[in-house]
Write a protein that binds this ligand. Structure first.
Ligand code: FAD
Length: 396
């Protein structure tokens, strides 16, 4: 007799065989990527761990992993977003039913995109110190302030916004979380130029921007808690290595290290081999660690183990860039279209800082690991229990 898992695996495989062409990696019905995602959502594969009334199948974490693996094997996107979709997960966990129905399908299909309106000039690592304000005006809030380092704001439909709604309580308690429409007159976006030559992030100025009350995720003052869930999903995605990919640089880093060693005649050099082996070992260890984090996430907790994964990925990306540079030797000083390998390695070296800073710096991840994984005493925070208005020179 077949087990439940085997029956489910057969069902996924049969569904994929009917709807997905593994050779061309396209939906058999044709259409756009969101059209394909609609099919995945309708079949319950997009968020299989969620209840059936909310696009899911109420499955346990092992079944979700199995489904994700089956999709991965044939190169089909869209499954297992109950782990990876930042907006959908935050709204599912804390949003009201009206917001869930309005927002989640748009995000599961990929028709809508988000940016994260968290960091400000005076609030990065100390994110609870944000001064962007959201003032309640009957059936909506008026938002005024400045955000910075906002990745993808230029193309985003919605922003996940953390803003202060109460200035007279301690800093973590006066925050609320919103989904704000980005294309509106009260929002101005200015791109920032990066050392890599890219311009992925922006300054975002909010001046009288409007967000309806039903777009508040969680209760007023509950913003910090909601954001922890959103950050945990982000760390999981970054720790998994999604942050390392670059358009036009399709190679996996480990394969690249071996390729470069071959290309530079160092494949039999014992020191080079040792360094490559160490890079592979870091990745294997991190993959195992991320499995632990994903299991905790599947059980509904915001896992601090994810901080380990994110820190490890930051170290891996820097280490890969260092070893690549060393393998290439003096040629790594070259750049431009006639020296593509050197240009790629230089890009990776500069871009490695992305994972060490974005989503919480390495030092902050170490603080989280110290406090929440190792159980060390909390870092001193003099203003933690003071009303925000009194702890800073603020005009609220
Ligand atoms: C690629 C990338 C994408 C990003 N995307 C977004 C985005 O989409 N949305 C968004 O809101 N933000 C985004 N950020 C911003 C990012 O979250 C912040 O840069 C980060 O949290 C650090 O804040 P900060 O830059 O203000 O540095 P600061 O907080 O000023 O930190 C400066 C230095 O002090 C150290 N430090 C600070 N506090 C402590 C402490 N308590 N203990 C030990 N060391 C400490 C930090 O580790 C750091 O080295 C992005 C950043 C990057 C690099």
């Amino acid at each position: 007799m077949m087990s439940d898992t085997e029956t489910l695996r057969d069902e996924v495989r049969a569904w994929l065989a009917e709807h997905w062409d593994a050779d061309t990696r396209r939906a058999k019905s044709g259409g756009s990527l969101p059209d394909w995602m609609d099919q995945v959502v309708a079949a319950g594969w997009a968020v299989p761990g969620w209840p059936a009334e909310w696009w899911g199948r109420g499955l346990d974490k092992q079944s979700v992993s199995m489904i994700v693996n089956e999709f991965r094997k044939v190169g089909a996107p869209g499954a297992g977003q109950d782990r990876t979709n930042i907006t959908a997960n935050s709204v599912m966990q804390f949003g009201n039913d009206e917001l869930k129905r309005k927002i989640i399908p748009e995000f599961l299909s990929g028709r809508a995109s988000q940016c994260l309106l968290y960091s400000e000039p005076g609030a990065g690592s100390d994110l609870a110190a944000v001064r962007t304000r959201a003032d309640f005006q009957g059936d909506h809030y008026i938002v005024t302030g400045q955000k910075v380092w906002t990745s993808g704001a230029q193309n985003a439909d919605y922003g996940l916004l953390i803003a202060r709604t109460d200035w007279d309580v301690p800093k973590h308690e006066g925050l609320s979380f919103f989904i704000i429409e980005m294309r509106q007159p009260g929002i101005e976006i200015r791109p920032i130029n990066q050392i890599t030559g890219d311009s992925h992030f922006n300054e975002v100025f909010l001046d009288g921007a409007v967000v309806p009350v039903e777009n508040r995720v969680g209760d007023e003052g509950e913003g910090w808690k909601v954001m922890q869930t959103a950050l945990a999903v982000e760390r999981l995605v970054m720790g998994d290595g999604a942050g390392e990919r670059r358009q036009g640089s399709a190679k996996n880093n480990v394969i690249s290290l071996i390729d470069i060693a071959r290309e530079t005649g160092k494949i039999n050099d014992p020191v080079a081999r040792q360094e490559i082996a160490q890079a592979i070992a870091y990745r294997k260890l991190n993959a195992l660690n991320m499995l632990r984090a994903k299991q905790e996430m599947a059980q509904g907790s915001a896992s601090p183990i994810m901080s380990l994964g994110k820190l490890a990925m930051s170290r891996i990306l820097h280490e890969d860039a260092r070893v690549m540079t060393k393998l290439l030797g003096a040629a790594s000083m070259l750049d431009g279209p006639t020296h593509l390998l050197a240009a790629d390695i230089n890009y990776r070296t500069a871009n490695a800082y992305m994972t060490s800073i974005g989503g919480g710096t390495d030092q902050i991840q170490r603080n989280i690991i110290g406090e929440r994984v190792l159980g060390l005493p909390r870092e001193t925070e003099a203003d933690r229990n003071e009303p925000f208005r009194e702890s800073r020179a603020v005009t609220g």
